[in-house]
Design a protein around this ligand. Sequence first.
Ligand code: HEM
Length: 538
Amino acid sequence: MSIDPDLEPLLPLDEVQGNILGGFNKDHQALLALGMPDSMPMPRAKQWLASLAAEITPLRAVHEFRRMRKRALRTEGIERLDMGSTWKAIAFSHSAIGRLTPDADQFTSTSFRAGLAGSAQMLGDPTTDRVLGSPSTWIVGADRNAADVFCIIASDNPDLVTQELQRLTDSARVAGFDLIYSEIGHDLSFYDGNDLRKGHEHFGFKDGISQPGVRGRVDESTFFTDRLIEAPQDPSEPSYASLGQALVAVGTFVLGYATQNATFGSLPGLPDPLAPAPNAVAPSWARNGSFLVFRRLNQDVPAFNRFVTEQAAALALPAVPANRLAALFVGRWKSGAPLARTAAADDPKLGRCTSANNAFLYALGLITHDGFPDSQPDFNGNQCPIVAHVRKVNPRDLPTDVGGGANETLPHRILRRGIPFGPPLPDGALEDEEHRPRGLLFLSYQRSIEDGFEFLSNRWMNSSRNPQSLVGIGEGFDMLVGANSQDPTRQRSCIMPATGQGMRLPTRGLQSSDWVYPSGGGYFFAPSLSALRDVLAR
Ligand code: HEM
């Protein structure tokens, strides 16, 4: 087999951190945010980082674990392998890099330099002091509590995560770091009586289904992402690893490689001529590193449930059950089954079927021969609304405001690595007497914060017109996560088909204010293991 090394570079498995391209995907993950006080001597910080460097998990460990798990699943039907290990990842703020190296100026991404709070207004967050969601209320990441060093500790065993978090926190304190924030996120099945909520987020929907297929090889002839589909004859056509999972250049997630652009594939090996120059620029040691966005997003579950219940009752003709309205906002049913393949009712079997639950396209539809209904061409959003969260953030093969189809959307793909925090409420709960915080510890890796997380948030989720608009004023906002900071009431509205049969609601009556709001976060850079050892910790 001849493989184009420009399109499919050999991935340095011992260099790239495992959480970036592989994803820890563990049920228990601790986040630890540390500050470096002005008085902290850098040699002490570096000494601590040098000892931690040996514990950071490389891509090789994650990749091999995954291979073993697949084998165990095939031969013995074992779903999960608990290796009893904890995995760790690390990342640094721009100002930390400025104290640890002379090179911080070479990172020219303005968003990275300013930090998440610097982008809050642009991201549509409330900015008035003490208003929920504004940086003044954040528990990490505002000017007064911004993190310098950010660690992730992941394990299948919650006790190990707790122990490791304690050990790391204690040693960091001894070394002179300030503890700014720490928190353990758990898969919702961790909480008593919630076994069936494994992999689901707090509104009740299965999460973590659709990820880009990362290009690249682990050895001469083995691709990193399994390839179940042959490459198209025409190199300018987008390629897919499996049905519905488009392949994306590894340079879209990790620095130092050709990035995805509209002509990637037909012009192999060329550095991306369209990449906005500021984002591509970083010191040479940044190769094999990636930008990490952390956003702590609270979810007001009763507010969401009340909204869909009340609105569903109001939409009398035809009757729309609340769970269907909620599914229309997401683009998937709670089971994970995509509306593109089953618009009228949930199909839990489809939701569970990992080879089918992501096999759909919006513009052309997709024939799958897997026993489930195929996705049909759905340009008008009759099956899956134009405003549905998953369609907003990944319009797949649809033409968008930035271009003709998949090739223009792929450069904006991100690798999501988030995990829920807080205990779940019963499914469909309309009240929360205990008022315990809950939400998503959103984490994403990308080559560029501007082209990844910020693009998806500002240009698509928070826009009433983008990425696709059939009517002049636009179809509306991403009702699940988007924000409308232009309106003082922050109300969002949308137009959506009321039934799977293509009826359109000619009303802008679906209005809401935010049920997802930020309570912290940060912008970081996750270096390669050699950069950590030889540059940041030396
Ligand atoms: C509390 C906030 C959020 C919730 C509850 C949420 C929920 C979901 C759910 C249920 C899915 C479908 C499962 C899947 O395809 O993996 C999904 C997909 C996705 N979400 Fe979110 N999300 C949130 C925030 C965000 C944010 C902030 C972004 C990016 C800026 C984002 C980007 C994506 C992407 C890229 C997909 C995959 C779409 C696809 O490829 O089809 N989400 N989200």
